[in-house]
Design a protein around this ligand. Sequence first.
Ligand code: G3H
Ligand code: ZN
Length: 287
Amino acid sequence: MLVSATEMLQKAKAGHYAVGQFNINNLEWTKAILTTAQELNSPVILGVSEGAGKYMTGYKTVVGMVNGMMEELGITVPVALHLDHGSYEGCLKCVEAGFSSIMFDGSHYPIDENVEKTKELVKIAHEHGMSIEAEVGSIGGEEDGVIGKGECADPEECKMVADLGIDFLAAGIGNIHGKYPANWEGLSFETLDAIQQRTGIMPLVLHGGTGIPDDMIKKAISLGVAKINVNTECQLSFADATRKYIEAGKDLEGKGFDPRKLLKPGTDAIMATVKEKMELFGSVGKA
Ligand code: G3H
Ligand code: ZN
């Protein structure tokens, strides 16, 4: 059964580890992530961007696929199905469709409007037993059409939004979606520390988890990050393994063109990436 992400993230924050949010795109992605979480006895969050939701034909299809797969795979670890970078309307659709968690990304609105909309959605999410993430200070780069400026959040604004009753908070601290440029200056731990001091026990979320060096990940966890989002890295692993399979001519050998064979190396590569991240984040054995 899907659960809200509140309890797993409160435990993670108290236990000084982080739970991974891995974005899904289709059946292979979902199966790879769920299977790995179960094998490692780790809680997990399945992230769905609005673009990926559309690609999978809609949020109801996603809910049906995830629920059916969890039952048939015998998944017993805590799993949250979470809308990633949602609009106000997208959040309402996911409440309706049966997600267990939503993110309202109001970071591009002036702070008062972000506060107003977040407040309304907190009420709705909690009436449905769902968790809700909000964002302050936009994350840089682009993810599925969501483009951010890449600014550091104002700790006072973070406090304002945290006080609305949200369950976890994403704050820009110099993190970027997608690959980091060679001249990236790194995460601003000064900002993260100030945010954690103002927001207390609130679990903090680090977006743009792809390619952040391990030591920075560990330091971020020590400063209150309890959820880390990874998307691009699974896509890169999948593409790389699939390319190798085709370049080696495997699709031309026997029934190598069968999608169940063609997609296997990529699916295995996602599993390896998820395992590596769960070990780094410290969530293994925490289900
Ligand atoms: O919301 C999702 C993430 O922040 C993923 O970022 O694609 O850079 O790993 P990423
Ligand atoms: Zn993100």
